[in-house]
Every structure is written in structure tokens, then in C-alpha cells.
Design a protein around this ligand. Structure first.
Ligand code: GLN
Length: 382
């Protein structure tokens, strides 16, 4: 058996959701909203199942979805994308990331990763034969520095795997960070795989800037988006990949033998959704922002040390003031003794893990958040 995979534990998201199901805990672990998602988009999917095409769609994705994506990203991020040669539909962003790593890495190539990082990244990089080089981001800004990048990049750097907005820290990289990243990628002739799945889930009036929108990065960026995050339908697993034609040709070779296609009915519904008026997107953000503020205020009232959240579904709490120094142990006790599931942030590190931060998903109804707060009161600092 492959030792990289056989040595892996089950992903922390599945472990915590399973524990929450077993114990009846309020699940603020795995990131998913408890709202069923926009009715018109779901109706489109249902209609497409009943009346639409249910055989293999084109390998690159439904033409109507690729065209809708091109219009959508022109409107929201100023990108000029050719729907025929620069956009591909995948079965979720995770397939897109796995496929991009398979397509771009030759065993022995170095891959720059930023910690904390989403737990799928490192095993996928290793399985593709990549040699990981870590940049550790540090609180409170989790920004990039010239020194840290200089340590990680080398003449062997082929790929950079970059997540912005960043899960789990709920931070957004600013222009200076992107300038620095682009400068290093250009100098080292590296390709940036940019996981931008949280691009629409940003708060306080922020507007997402895609790395693909930079002229200096246009030919060396793979942009990855997720309909699951855009429409709060995380189980749909419809991903979008965007890259210049020379890169896309190779990405499509991985996709054609990984999944080949994605359910056409969901693609049709996503095509419809991407054309929704701005108000839908603004409303979605305002709703999540309100939930963030409600949960943050509740936690602060209980005396918890809440870290800022600029985007994503997540809020982090520093548990050091509670006298806690092991986030995994804390989360285990929190779910079994107090009935609230959360994610230990150390799961996002391969080395030098931060062990005093716990991630909560606030993308929930008021009643769910309030029930969690009631239970969390038992752990309030005294
Ligand atoms: N992206 C989700 C999170 O960060 C997890 C998705 C999954 O469980 N695969 O919570």
C-alpha cells in the first residue's frame, strides 16, 4: 500500500463531524452552513435532474457554465477569461487542487506551502512526488515576509500552493503580500496554485483580488473556485479552475482521468447562480457577517479571547488564557463533555504547530449559535 496514504489519519473534519453525530453535539467543526442554500439555485438543479441532460456532459464542463463563469469573474474580479480555453469544471475544489498538483509536479520538484494550511494539501503534494517547503505564517496578521519566502524558494521551486482568504485563520492577504508572492514566483519561474474558494465569503466591504488578475501572474496562476462556497451548498462539490491555455491543457489531462466530468444538473444550476444579481452576493455576505458578529459578541461576553475574522465561515479562539495548551485534547473534551464540536488548529500544521487556537464555524442559524454559546459557558474563563 502507498505509505503516504496508509500513514494518514482520517481527516479532522470527518472525525469531528462523526463525534458530533455520535454525541449529539452542536457541530461548529467542519465548515458548512446549516441554511439549505438559495432556493432558486436548488430548484434549477431539481429541474435539470427531471427535465435536463443526465448523461455525460463535456469533459471541460457545460459550455453555459464556462460562459457564466467568464462573465461572473469579469464582473466581480475584472478577469478576462476565454470560456473555451481557460475555464474547466471539476468535482469540487479538492479535485482541482489534486489534479493541478498531479499535472504540474514532476517528482523531486519543490512546492512552497504556507502554514497553517488546509489538511489536504500536504498529502496531495507528497503523493504527487513534490518536496514540501514550508513558510510559517504568524499571528496576528499571518502575512508574508521577504525573509520567509527567501528561505522557502529555491531554483527547484516549481509550484506554490496559496490559499486566500486563508482557512483556518480567517485572514486575507493584502496587496503587499500578493506583490511579494508574485515577485518570488516570477523570479523562480514558479506556478501559483491559488485556492480562492472563500473569494465571495468576505466581510466589512472587502473585495477579493485574484492572483490571476495580475498581469505578472496571468500566465503562471491556476485559480480555483468553489460553487459550494459561493452558494453555501458545500455538498455539491462543483469546482471551477481557471488558467492560461498552456497550463489548462495539462490540467485537463489530469481531470480527464480523475473524474472526467461533474453532474450536469448541478453544473446547470451553478451556471444560473453565477448570473444572479449583486444583491444575492451582498446579502449572503451580510448574513454571514451578522452571524460572525453575533457569535463573536457571545464568545466575548463569556470572556473568551476571540481572534478577528475577515472572511470564511470561521472564528478562532485563543485557548491559552483558559490555561489550555493542547487544542486537540481541548476539542475532544469540548465535544464529549460540553456538546460542542470545534476544530483544533494544530491540524493545519505539519511542523511547529500552534496548539492554543481552536476554530469554530459560525455559518449557522442564530438558534444553533446560541445553543453552542450556552454550552460553551461551562468553559468560560474564571
Ligand atoms: N473546508 C471544510 C472546512 O475547512 C472541510 C471540508 C471537508 O471536510 N472536506 O471545514
Amino acid at each position: 500500500m502507498n505509505p503516504i496514504l496508509s500513514a494518514l489519519p482520517t481527516t479532522v473534519f470527518e472525525v469531528m463531524s462523526q463525534l458530533a453525530r455520535e454525541t449529539g453535539a452542536v457541530n461548529l467543526g467542519q465548515g458548512f452552513p446549516d441554511d439549505p442554500g438559495p432556493l432558486d439555485v436548488r430548484r434549477k438543479a431539481a429541474e435539470a435532474v427531471v427535465d435536463g441532460w443526465n448523461q455525460y456532459p463535456p469533459m471541460m464542463g457545460l459550455p453555459e457554465l464556462r460562459e457564466a463563469a467568464a462573465k461572473h469573474y469579469k464582473h466581480w474580479q475584472g478577469l478576462d477569461l476565454d470560456p473555451n480555453s481557460e475555464i474547466m469544471v471539476t468535482s469540487g475544489a479538492t479535485e482541482a487542487i489534486a489534479g493541478a498538483l498531479m499535472a504540474l509536479i514532476t517528482p523531486g520538484d519543490e512546492v512552497v506551502l504556507f502554514e497553517p494550511m488546509y489538511d489536504a494539501y500536504l498529502p496531495l503534494v507528497r503523493r504527487a512526488g513534490g518536496i514540501p517547503k514550508f513558510v510559517t505564517l504568524t499571528p496576528p496578521h499571518f502575512g508574508l515576509t521577504e525573509e520567509a519566502l527567501a528561505r522557502a524558494f529555491s531554483p527547484k521551486t516549481k509550484v506554490v500552493l496559496f490559499n486566500n482568504p486563508l482557512n483556518p485563520t480567517a485572514t486575507i492577504f493584502g496587496k503587499a503580500d500578493l506583490d511579494l508572492l508574485a515577485d518570488f514566483c516570477v523570479r523562480h519561474d514558479a506556478i501559483a496554485i491559488c485556492d480562492e474558494v472563500w473569494e465571495h465569503v468576505v466581510f466589512d466591504g472587502h473585495r477579493h483580488a485574484s492572483v490571476l488578475g495580475r498581469p505578472d501572474m496571468r500566465e503562471r496562476t491556476v485559480k480555483i473556485s468553489s460553487a459550494g462556497k459561493i452558494f453555501s451548498l458545500t455538498g455539491w462539490k462543483v469546482g471551477l479552475v481557471m488558467a492560461a491555455p498552456a497550463i489548462m491543457r495539462v490540467l485537463s489531462k489530469a481531470h480527464q482521468f480523475l473524474t472526467f466530468t461533474t453532474p450536469p444538473n448541478l453544473q446547470a444550476a451553478v451556471a444560473f447562480g453565477l448570473g444572479k444579481e449583486d444583491g444575492y452576493y451582498e446579502g449572503m455576505r451580510a448574513d454571514f457577517q451578522r452571524s460572525r458578529d453575533r457569535f463573536a459578541a457571545g464568545l466575548r461576553d463569556l470572556g473568551f479571547a476571540v481572534l478577528p475574522s475577515a472572511g470564511t465561515y470561521f472564528l478562532n479562539v485563543d485557548i491559552a488564557p483558559l490555561g489550555e495548551s493542547d487544542d486537540v485534547d481541548f476539542c475532544r473534551r469540548l465535544v464529549t463533555e460540553n456538546g460542542v464540536a470545534a476544530i483544533p488548529v494544530s491540524a493545519f500544521y505539519a511542523e511547529g504547530a500552534v496548539k492554543n487556537v481552536v476554530r469554530f464555524c459560525f455559518a449557522k442559524r442564530d438558534a444553533t449559535l446560541d445553543a453552542a454559546l450556552e454550552r460553551l459557558a461551562a468553559r468560560r474563563p474564571r
